[in-house]
Design a binder for this molecule. Structure first.
Ligand code: IMP
Ligand code: MG
Length: 170
């Protein structure tokens, strides 16, 4: 079985390079290292490539969150693994590999804002804009993608396919 390729390895590399440059320029005057928070598991490949394209001092942190239905059948977000550093008065970038409905990202933005960072910006490689249910601000973006289920480059299909070097669909 072969997958259809949406973003080739080369295209991804170009996006990552450009985003890294944009971030480096944005924070070139920062007095303290920026803090980059990635949302696991999906972000791990993108994060690893992205941080190596950023030339300003930075600190890498990860969070794992999962969503579940509460007693009233409403979706809630549970922080399975939190960051273990203070982000108070620091420049923070929240990174995910894809923003789909925007629900996860918007809740985490709220959570991070409550910890009073100096600034908070957001970054995603893939913006599935047409599937958005909650509006979220995106500062650094790779490209807008169609409403298809995507796999590879960290994105999984029931836990598998994260290791594909490209972004594809089945
Ligand atoms: P959202 O809360 O709907 O914006 O999406 C949250 C998470 O769902 C993303 O960070 C991904 O981990 C996952 N996700 C969304 N769309 C896809 C997809 O097309 N393929 C694989 N995972 C996806
Ligand atoms: Mg994710």
């Amino acid at each position: 079985m072969s997958n259809n390729i949406l973003l080739s390895e080369d295209t991804i590399k170009q996006h990552v390079k450009r985003i890294g440059k944009e971030i480096s320029e944005t924070y070139s005057e920062s007095k303290e290292p920026i803090i980059i928070i990635g949302l696991l598991k999906g972000c791990f490949v993108f994060m690893a490539d992205l941080v190596r394209e950023i030339s300003v001092p930075l600190q890498v942190e990860f969070m794992t969150v999962s969503s579940y239905e509460n007693n009233s059948k409403q979706k809630e977000l549970k922080v399975v693994m939190d960051i273990n550093c203070s982000i108070y008065n620091r420049d923070v970038i929240l990174v995910d590999e894809i923003i789909d409905t925007g629900r996860t990202f918007s809740k985490i933005i709220e959570l991070i804002q409550s910890k009073s960072p100096k600034s908070l910006k957001t970054c995603t490689l893939l913006n599935k804009e047409c599937a958005r249910e909650v509006e979220v601000p995106i500062d650094f973006v790779g490209e807008v993608v169609p409403d298809k289920y995507l796999i590879g480059y960290g994105l999984d299909d029931n836990g598998l396919s994260r290791n594909l070097p490209y972004v594809g669909f089945i």
